[in-house]
Write a protein that binds this ligand. Structure first.
Ligand SMILES: Cc1cc2nc3c(=O)[nH]c(=O)nc-3n(C[C@H](O)[C@H](O)[C@H](O)COP(=O)(O)OP(=O)(O)OC[C@H]3O[C@@H](n4cnc5c(N)ncnc54)[C@H](O)[C@@H]3O)c2cc1C
Ligand code: SF4
Length: 505
């Protein structure tokens, strides 16, 4: 048998299970990497995403070559024709690859008529295999993150006593986290990496592309090797972890990264492995006495949320991506593609940083961008496509669950127990954005009112029946009765002007 291995751009790890299957035949098996131009034309990707993936692929291919693997690095138009020619040229009889994390891509590969047998290996960028998640989920009446997270803690024995009880007595210390930002807070310095020759070459290629792209490439400084990704992890552990929990949800003007780890791009392409990150963070609790609220809070993001989102994505029906519970049909406003077109300071800040870096932290994504989409009634699919295009860590598995499920409640509550909708109150409490905004965060029905306010009340009003059926919104829905008919008229009028981009955008 003549073996070929195809390493995908988000599977760049020595732990790659397909790669590991040839350890003994290292010299005889051939390995292919493919940079496909057709593939990246599916969306208007951020330039930094293209630089990141292609540069990381080239670095990993170079490293494997230095370790005596037999590497072919191909650059061309489409995967299928390059792969077919390579299989024929090398008389390959079995093509091996680690299972792609995204369902549409796996479906695409399975539909190809390749001139050899194809064998898939489990994807170990995640701790739970989809079948294991399905086993766990199928016996439950309702899927709840907290139950899954506890199961995960037990399965991997993380932050547990000898009797399998949570260290500190509680499974979840969220109540101690999520504080508003104090005045004059200054987050730690972030570690960035000046581009080396390989990255500069890719950057030049991307800048010369004639296809549609988004964002700026000038200040690309993401890590593109495992060695540097580990430095990012260590920098987080040494300088940010202690305050991670406390300021997890806080937002400050011109502070893009706060105390966040910035490791999602690396986890999602295999430069870091989830268990090594979890173990390294757990160790700081035992060895360095770091606060449990931060350590537990961070571990929950990876062992809980990340694994849960991946599990749900493979668990739900394939048409999940079409969900539109509130039947929202508004087109995506232009300012999502060009931050200079909005005067709403919170949106402007987050969109500007997204253009510059391809990054926004969780609360910026959820409570600013996605929240606006939800209360303004934007099509969930249009919003999902935008998120998928602009973020450096975006893939189908993490988009559908986070944007459609958590952010837009488009699945009617499979993932979230209530919609993440809020007025300016939340944004004002958790950030300093409102202080420098031309809109008034206290007003809901004047010309100067914050759009988040009138859009929020209008959202509750127009979906009152559906929201009542969800149960958890009843307290806030009671406020609708207190709003006078005149105020409703003004709210509806302002909302229409906002959606027609006549004011307040
Ligand atoms: C609307 C929306 C869109 C999102 N898009 C993406 C995306 O494209 N890619 C992506 O990886 N995450 C996405 N997330 C989840 C989360 O916002 C990012 O993982 C996080 O902001 C990445 O930054 P960080 O590494 O600094 O995270 P930290 O705040 O330091 O968190 C640590 C890690 O926890 C994991 N994590 C935490 N929450 C989630 C979650 N809900 N889903 C998956 N992983 C999680 C990530 O791996 C992250 O690196 C999205 C969330 C929302 C609400
Ligand atoms: S006032 Fe409204 S639009 Fe302005 S920053 Fe605050 S929430 Fe955003």
């Amino acid at each position: 048998m003549s073996i070929g291995i195809w390493i995908l751009g988000n599977q760049l790890s020595h732990e790659n299970t397909a790669l590991n299957s040839i350890l003994t035949e290292k010299l005889s098996a051939k390995i292919i990497f493919i940079e496909s131009l057709n593939f990246v034309q599916q969306r208007c990707y951020h330039q930094q995403k293209l630089i990141f993936i292609w540069s990381a692929m080239r670095h990993f291919a170079q490293q494997l070559q230095a370790e005596n693997y037999n590497i072919d690095y191909k650059i061309g138009l489409d995967f299928l024709s390059i792969l077919t020619a390579w299989i024929q040229e090398n008389n390959i009889t079995q093509l091996r690859l680690m299972l792609p994390c995204d369902r549409p891509f796996l479906k695409l590969i399975k539909a190809w008529n390749l001139p050899c047998q194809i064998k898939f290996y489990p994807n170990n960028n995640f701790l739970w295999q989809p079948e294991e998640f399905q086993q766990w989920a199928k016996s439950r009446k309702r899927l709840i993150l907290e139950d899954f997270y506890r199961e995960s803690r037990k399965k991997w024995h993380i932050l547990l006593t000898e009797n399998n009880q949570p260290i500190g007595g509680k499974w979840n210390l969220d109540k101690e986290n999520r504080q508003p930002p104090k005045k004059n807070l200054s987050p730690p310095k972030t570690l960035f990496f000046p581009p080396d020759n390989i990255t500069l070459e890719v950057k030049e290629k991307v800048e010369k592309l004639t296809i549609n792209t988004y964002g700026k490439s000038d200040n690309f400084s993401w890590a593109v090797t495992r060695k540097d990704a580990l430095k990012v992890l260590n920098n987080f552990i040494n300088n940010c972890l202690e305050n991670f929990g406390k300021y997890q949800d806080a937002m400050i003007t011109n502070q893009e990264f706060m105390w966040h780890s910035l490791i999602s791009p690396y986890l999602n392409i295999g430069l870091l492995q989830p268990l090594e990150v979890i173990k390294a963070v757990e160790k700081t609790y035992f060895d360095d006495n770091l606060p449990l609220n931060s350590v537990e809070g961070f571990i929950r993001q990876i062992l809980g949320w990340r694994e849960y989102m991946y599990g749900i994505y493979h668990y739900v029906e394939e048409d999940y991506f079409q969900g539109n519970y509130f039947n929202h049909q508004q087109p995506l406003p232009d300012f999502f593609w060009d931050s200079s077109k909005t005067k709403m300071n919170c949106l402007n800040q987050v969109l500007k940083q997204t253009e510059n870096t391809g990054y926004a932290h969780h609360i910026q994504r959820l409570m600013i961008l996605s929240n606006y989409g939800l209360i303004a009634g934007i099509s969930p699919q249009a919003l999902e496509d935008w998120f998928h295009s602009v973020y450096i860590d975006a893939y189908d598995w993490v988009m559908q669950t986070n944007v459609l499920g958590m952010g837009q409640f488009a699945d009617g509550g499979i993932l979230a127990s209530k919609p993440y909708a809020s007025s300016a109150n939340y944004i004002h409490k958790m950030s300093d954005y409102c202080t420098n905004c031309q809109y008034n965060y206290k007003e809901k029905s004047t010309e100067n009112a914050c759009p988040f306010n009138y859009l929020y009340w209008d959202f509750l009003h127009r979906h009152e029946d559906k929201l009542k059926s969800q149960g958890r919104m009843n307290l806030v829905l009671k406020h609708l009765e207190k709003i006078s008919p005149e105020t409703w008229e003004k709210i509806k009028y302002l909302k229409q002007l906002n959606l027609n981009h006549k004011i307040n955008t």
